[in-house]
Design a protein around this ligand. Structure first.
Ligand SMILES: NC(=O)c1ccc[n+]([C@@H]2O[C@H](COP(=O)([O-])OP(=O)(O)OC[C@H]3O[C@@H](n4cnc5c(N)ncnc54)[C@H](O)[C@@H]3O)[C@@H](O)[C@H]2O)c1
Length: 380
């Protein structure tokens, strides 16, 4: 069993999810590589006790990311910090020779992502991937298998999205994800967009142009100290794209929706693929239910399939049991470590987001900002 010693930089919401996945590694009986957390870094000292209390392997605790990166014992890092820090922290990690799983959007904007991409190119021996767990739900894996088998026939339409609704509460205090300085001009696109792009991009469904409608619904929010402050970022984004199937070169419409104010949706991932031979649709709202329509001739009927627990990376959980968010995170981490160790994921849809896929998402989101501004379709 290869052990990869990890440092975590940014120990908030997502840092904890990674640590919890490390604690559950025994769930994955066929993995021949496993992570061990040896170092943690956050500027908020209050967060660190949970880690040191639960992970006796941690030897280094610091508030300075450069100190962590100077630690020779650390082979790889997970970085989950606000978007304005991505370029600086990711490049420093890569330059220090640490393998990196970095959080999306992988740079606050396209120039920042370009800097990271350049740095990756200069350090080909460092393994770098972007976090996005959306394909690791069993239904998404099944859709991935259908894509691999080219079961859909000619693609007629693809709709992919990620919807939240907690921002419908106008009294929710502001946080960094609603501030331009930390979250960037992309707003909800930077926060949610990579998840919605992951499956289509991996399928080779490449947007050629975009017509975007962006909405700023909440103009100000409580600052948590009795006052109100401007809420500057885009709340909702709907992208209408002309996409090309890389394999057949056929064109079709694709929508990517990322919304923070989607009434009734706490945290909904969805993907719908309509094709001449097969169609499939799944939403995490009914996490265990995959709908498939196979058409030969005659009646067209949707089958409703309970997907259970068939994971990309074998899990000890019984095959009949439904999967959840933390399972998809564990699977994503298995994907990162498997590919780091073996050099290639076991199947195309069992791999984390690659740097060129992230770069494509930045092209799309930047073009979407321009499209909305000009009220026009932007080709790229
Ligand atoms: N994959 C997912 O499903 C998912 C979900 C939520 C957030 N994210 C992404 O994860 C990243 C972090 O988001 P989060 O929700 O965990 O945010 P968070 O605010 O909970 O955590 C960020 C942490 O970074 C720390 N930090 C800030 N400046 C720092 C510095 N200079 N040095 C060290 N630590 C510093 C903060 O103290 C905080 O603890 C973002 O890129 C976000 O887009 C991904």
């Amino acid at each position: 069993m290869r052990i990869v010693k990890f440092g975590i930089i940014g120990c908030g919401l997502m840092g904890r999810e990674f640590a919890s996945a490390v604690a559950r590694w025994c769930h994955l009986p066929e993995m021949d590589v496993k992570p061990e957390i040896v170092a943690i870094c956050d500027t908020n000292a209050k967060l660190l006790e949970w880690y040191t209390g639960n992970f006796p392997t941690i030897k280094q605790v610091t508030n300075d990311y450069k100190t962590l990166l100077a630690n020779d014992e650390v082979e790889a890092v997970y970085i989950a910090v606000p978007h304005n820090l991505h370029a600086e922290f990711y490049c420093a990690a890569i330059e220090a020779g640490k393998h990196l799983l970095g959080e999306k959007p992988f740079g606050i904007d396209k120039p920042a992502n370009d800097i990271i991409s350049d740095c990756i190119r200069k350090h080909p021996n460092v393994f770098v991937r972007c976090s996005s767990e959306s394909p690791f739900f069993p239904a998404m894996q099944k859709i991935g298998k259908l894509i691999e088998k080219q079961a859909f026939g000619q693609i007629l339409e693809v709709n992919s999205g990620f919807l939240h609704s907690s921002d419908l509460d106008f009294n929710k205090p502001i946080n960094w994800k609603r501030m331009l300085k930390f979250n960037g001009e992309y707003g909800c696109l930077g926060d949610l967009g990579m998840h919605a792009c992951h499956m289509p991009f991996r399928a080779g469904w490449i947007p050629k142009n975009v017509s975007a409608i962006l909405s700023k619904i909440v103009k100000e929010r409580p600052d948590g100290k009795g006052g109100m402050v401007p809420c500057e970022t885009w709340d909702n984004a709907t992208l209408f794209c002309l996409a090309e199937d890389d394999a057949s070169k056929q064109l079709f419409p694709m929508t990517i929706k990322t919304q923070r104010i989607a009434p009734g949706h706490k945290n909904t991932w969805y993907l719908e693929v309509l094709g001449t031979k097969t169609s499939a649709r799944w939403s995490s709202k009914q996490i265990n239910t995959l709908e498939i329509l196979e058409y030969a001739s005659g009646e067209q009927g949707w089958q409703v399939i309970d997907v259970g627990h068939e994971m990309a990376y074998k899990s000890i959980t019984g095959i009949i049991f439904e999967a959840g968010f933390s399972d998809s995170i564990l699977q994503m981490w298995a994907a990162f470590l498997y590919e780091l160790h073996h050099g290639i994921p076991p199947t195309p849809f069992a791999g984390c987001v690659m740097p060129d896929e992230v770069a494509l998402s930045h092209k799309l989101f930047t073009s979407a900002l321009e499209s909305h501004k000009k009220s026009s379709t932007v080709a790229f």
